[in-house]
Design a protein around this ligand. Structure first.
Ligand code: 5AD
Ligand code: SF4
Length: 365
């Protein structure tokens, strides 16, 4: 029995335990961690991977996060907003292919024209699918009223990454102004929970200035917030962003991949029945990254269904797959790999977070 095995036999992991497991380079210990995570997924969330068709609705963003390729300050990006027809084409594709749910992701803006567009799309997607297609939103910070409007229109899951749970690190990654305020982001997450969304958050892994202590605190933060879903992935530098000039200060690719997989595994062990996404960014570090994430505890896969003419402008980070990652090809390859791991795809199902339903049942609501 190695040290990792002893740690993993405990009911609760301490901060020190988490740090030990993030740091270990011992092959047997890594395997112990990943095997325990995979076993936990299968026991508490099942052996099915849930599908969401990812619609990248718009790369127009008011914000200027230092790491992101579609930040407002990047003048080299052609901006777009999918009109209703194009967005519905993507939703219909997802529906017909049996994806069960879509995710609408967008840069952040709060103007009425935009928030109404989202409300209309939610209504149309529900009508198109006889109310069956699930809708996850990832459209940033909004007022509680807007969140409620979208919830009442029929969206029921929301992903808002906190990016890091450390206020100091957050300030190093964002301009220091009202638009990029850590506390506001936390408030937005709480509003989402209050409105009734299945709420997800997540962080980037392998950022400049980020330590393993930060990452351990990120996991504890997600557990304390009692989230239903998580989306975490490696930081991937983008040349047209200020943070690119700190690329020397980040762990190398293999280490960022290892840390990302370990973060997924640890979160799975700490929060057994939540949904965890196999993020697209993993594939920039390893062509098989998303299947490896399933082996490490992920249970959600989000093939990109955005019409390709627009998807090429949704460049959050460098090397993001587009033409090689059409939903069709990505899914065939992924499905083969996860079958070898003992998983199948959960076609035609909402694929809600079990944690959410368990949480509601506990409350007796
Ligand atoms: N590398 C990895 N992920 C990034 N994101 C933005 N920029 C990058 C990057 N350079 C992620 C953020 C954001 C999500 C939409 O994309 O976590 O929440
Ligand atoms: Fe906008 Fe999100 Fe990119 Fe920040 S991370 S610049 S909010 S799209």
């Amino acid at each position: 029995m190695n040290i990792a095995d002893k740690i993993l036999a405990k009911d609760e992991l301490s901060r020190e335990d988490i740090i030990y497991l993030l740091l270990t380079t011992d092959e047997d210990e890594r395997l112990s961690l990943f095997n325990k995570a995979k076993y936990t997924t299968q026991k508490y969330s099942g052996s099915k991977v849930n599908l969401r068709g990812l619609i990248e609705l718009s790369n127009i963003c008011k914000k200027n996060c230092y790491y992101c390729g579609i930040r407002a300050g990047n003048k080299d990006t052609e901006r777009y907003l999918l009109n209703s027809a194009h967005a519905m084409e993507a939703a219909e594709y997802a529906w017909k292919k049996g994806f069960g749910s879509v995710v609408i992701q967008s840069g952040e803006r709060q103007d009425k024209a935009f928030t109404r567009h989202i409300t209309d799309l939610i209504t149309q997607i529900k009508t198109l699918s006889n109310q069956e297609l699930g809708i996850t939103l990832s459209c940033g910070e909004q007022s509680e009223d807007v969140y409620r409007e979208w919830f009442e229109a029929g969206a029921h899951r929301y992903l808002l990454r906190v990016e890091t749970s450390s206020p100091e690190l957050y300030r190093k990654l964002h301009p220091n102004d009202d638009l990029h305020d850590f506390e506001r982001r936390i408030e937005a997450l709480k509003s989402l929970q209050k409105v009734g969304f299945q709420t997800g958050t997540g962080v980037m892994i392998g950022l400049p200035y980020q330590s393993v202590e930060h990452l351990a605190d990120d996991l504890i933060f997600m557990k304390n917030l009692n989230i239903d879903m998580a989306g975490m992935g490696p930081y991937v530098p983008h040349p047209d962003t200020p943070l690119f000039y700190h690329s020397e200060d980040i762990p190398e690719d293999t280490r960022r991949l290892d840390l990302s997989l370990k973060m997924i595994a640890l979160l799975r062990i700490m929060m057994k029945d939540i949904n965890i996404a196999a993020s697209t960014a993993l594939n920039t570090l390893d062509p098989n990254g998303r299947a490896k994430a399933v082996a490490a505890g992920a249970n959600v896969f989000m093939p990109n269904v955005t019409p390709p003419a627009q998807a090429s402008n949704y460049m959050l980070y460098e090397g993001k797959p587009i033409f090689t990652d059409t939903a069709e090809t990505a899914l065939v390859e992924f499905e083969e790999h996860i079958q070898d791991l003992g998983f199948t795809i959960n076609y035609n199902m909402l694929g809600d977070s079990k944690h959410y339903h368990n949480r509601i049942a506990k409350k007796g609501l």
